[in-house]
Design a protein around this ligand. Structure first.
Ligand SMILES: [Mg+2]
Length: 135
């Protein structure tokens, strides 16, 4: 029988090996995230956005995408379709723009963003309610 890793995971999950399944899922996330990150970085490179790279400027452009998300969300039609990707709300596409720009920076600067996300999420799970802050 040709058993896939997913089938093995399902059997282990049924047996109570949740931690193993979670680790496999995180590894799958890293593989897929890193694949998309490279595709985004290469597309940006091929469109000339890495010429005269300025990290401060790239960070400002992430801010601009966050502002576009804010404006889309606070509009009187926050659920209106995006004009370029009408299967999605405009605000969802603006949030995607934020993530795409962040992933492009991680690619250009050769940062292990997927690993850092997993590590920081694991740390955040250990923190107190609202991380001990008022909000
Ligand atoms: Mg945008």
């Amino acid at each position: 029988m040709n058993e896939t890793s997913h089938e093995r995971d399902s059997m282990q999950y049924a047996g109570g090996d949740c931690e193993h399944e979670e680790l496999d899922r995180l590894a799958d996330f890293q593989i897929m995230f890193d694949h998309v990150l490279v595709q985004i970085g290469l597309n940006s490179l091929n469109h000339g956005f890495h010429n005269d790279w300025n990290t401060g400027e790239k960070i400002a452009l992430v801010h601009s995408e966050l502002s576009e998300f804010l404006e889309a969300d606070r509009s009187k039609e926050p659920e209106k379709p995006d004009k370029h990707c009408p299967d999605f709300q405009n605000r969802t596409i603006e949030l995607a723009d934020v993530v795409i720009r962040v992933m492009d920076m991680a690619h250009h600067l050769n940062l292990d963003l997927s690993g850092a996300i997993i590590a920081k999420h694991a740390f955040n799970k250990t923190r107190p309610f609202k991380h001990g802050k008022a909000y």
